[in-house]
Structure formats: C-alpha cells, structure tokens
Design a protein. Structure first.
Length: 207
C-alpha cells in the first residue's frame, strides 16, 4: 500500500473509498487502514464514506487526520450536524449524492459544505462507465454556487478519464476522482499528468 501511495505522490490527494457492504455491496477499508494510510501517504486523504450511519462514524475519520471526509446524504440522519462534527475536528466536510438523488432537497446544506460530490457512477464498484446524464446536475450545482457566492469544491467520481474529465470541467466540476484511469495501465504518475493535460493549457492551473 505504501508503495502504491508513493506512485501517486504527484496527485493533489488520495481518495479513499470506505465501504461497509451495507450501503453499497462491497467491503473495503475501515478506520485502522485509513489511519495507516494517513501515516504513510505523501498526499492528504480525501475519505469517501459509502456507509450506513455516517452520523456516528464520520467524525472518527476526521479525528484520525483526514483532510476531508465526505458522506452520503442518503445515509445520514442529520446532514448538517454530521458536517459540523467533521469540521469540529479540523477536517473539511463533504456531502455526496448518488446518481438517482436529486440536488434540490439538499441545496441548503451546500452553504455549509466544503465540497459537494456528484457521483458519475453508481457507488460501490470501480471501472464503471461515466454517466454523462449527471452533467445537468453538476451544472445546476455550479449555477447555484455562483448565484449564492459559495465556494465549496465540486467533485465528480466515476469513469473519469482524459476524455470525460474535460466534459465534467465544462459543466462546472473542479475536483476529479480517478481510479482505473490512474492505476489501470502504465505508470500512475504519467496517467495523472495526462489527466491534468486533458484540460486546455489556460485552464490547468485552476483544476
């Protein structure tokens, strides 16, 4: 794991998917592994909780030292309180929406969030195709942020490649999670470079 982390030292962060085999049908890391990743990672951690009861568990990941902790609004009993608990430990708080979850009921929480993650695949498995029909949701979020003078990051996760990253960027995303396109072939550092270079030169320094 430490060697794999070193291979992406040129990334802005490492996105760690925590899955509990309940909210999504897959099981991955828990707090012990996340703690160890924080200890050896050359870049900050962006923890994505795909778990039930994030109100109970999300603050613990912030306490471990993750730079940001994102949880799913569909699983939270109190979205605002959970964000506050994460932020009280000095971490950024993010909210995530599955493809089938509308944005509008959660716009009030955008005012508190440090990041909003629009899933561009169904959460729970890597290697899925990018869902371009999520772009109107990304665009609506960006317009809402601009209209209200808000600055949380707009993150997309799922199917991000050199072809789809510019599409998401044009619709308002500015933070991109890439898994298969980084680790699926070749050298991860080269793949990260290619993802950055997929944007026009005058836009790369803002992504």
């Amino acid at each position: 794991m430490e060697a794999e982390l070193q291979s992406i030292a040129t990334a802005d962060a490492v996105h760690v998917d925590v899955m509990d085999n309940h909210f999504v049908p897959a099981l991955t890391f828990g707090p012990q592994m996340v703690k160890r990743i924080i200890e050896v990672s050359p870049v900050p951690l962006d923890v994505h909780l795909m778990i039930e009861h994030p109100d109970r568990f999300a603050p613990g990941y912030a306490e471990l030292g993750a730079q940001s902790v994102t949880f799913h609004v569909e699983a939270a009993a109190d979205v605002g309180a959970t964000m506050s608990a994460i932020q009280s430990h000095g971490s950024h708080a993010g909210i995530a929406l599955k493809p089938g979850t509308p944005l509008e009921p959660y716009l009030d929480f955008v005012h508190q969030a440090d990041m909003v993650l629009i899933m561009t695949v169904e959460p729970g498995a890597g290697g899925q195709a990018f869902m371009q029909d999520m772009m109107p949701k990304v665009e609506a979020l960006r317009e809402y942020l601009e209209d209200n003078g808000l600055t949380p990051l707009v993150e997309v996760d799922g199917g991000i490649t050199t072809q789809t990253l510019p599409i998401a960027w044009r619709h308002g995303a500015n933070t991109f999670v890439a898994g298969s396109s980084v680790f699926g072939h070749g050298a991860p550092a080269h793949n990260i470079r290619d993802l950055r270079q997929s944007l026009p030169p005058h836009e790369r320094n803002t992504a």
